[in-house]
Write a protein that binds this ligand. Structure first.
Ligand code: CO
Length: 140
């Protein structure tokens, strides 16, 4: 099996401060942390739900890829991330299956040790992320 489970769902928001209360106080999910990813010009709030997570993405600049996605498609669900054992191996396997990858080599991502995005044209228009964890984080 190429993918193990849904690792997280990425949701594009206007403001973490305005959106966090719904997930924390209404859904009562555990807020795992907030981090800024300077390279992606985004602030990320991560919530735990079972062995999956919800990732809220707030752009910190109009140049952010998330800001551009909001411009094109609006706020809301931005991507689905699947947990894989090896991002490298899946990139190779996806390419062999004729799937275009945005990332043809793994890179760092919020809450994953390695990630790669699939080109949405080849994934039914759903931005799809592959996410690999360091083994210790996989034991939950
Ligand atoms: Co993600």
């Amino acid at each position: 099996m190429a993918v193990r489970r849904i690792d997280h769902i990425g949701i594009a928001v206007e403001s973490l401060e305005k959106t966090i209360p719904f997930y924390r106080d209404v859904l009562e999910l555990e807020l795992l942390g907030i981090e800024e990813i300077a390279s992606q010009k985004v602030r990320v709030a991560m919530f735990a739900i079972g062995s999956s997570r919800i990732e809220l993405l707030e752009p910190t600049s109009p140049e952010s890829p998330v800001a551009k996605a909001i411009e094109k498609r609006g706020l809301g669900v931005h991507h689905i991330a699947y947990a894989v054992d090896s991002v490298e191996a899946e990139i190779e396997s996806f390419i062999e299956k004729g799937i275009r990858m945005i990332d043809t080599a793994p890179r760092g991502g919020a809450g994953c040790s390695k990630i790669a995005f699939v080109h949405p044209s080849d994934s039914g228009k759903v931005l799809t992320e592959l996410c690999e964890h360091v083994p210790a984080e996989e034991e939950n």
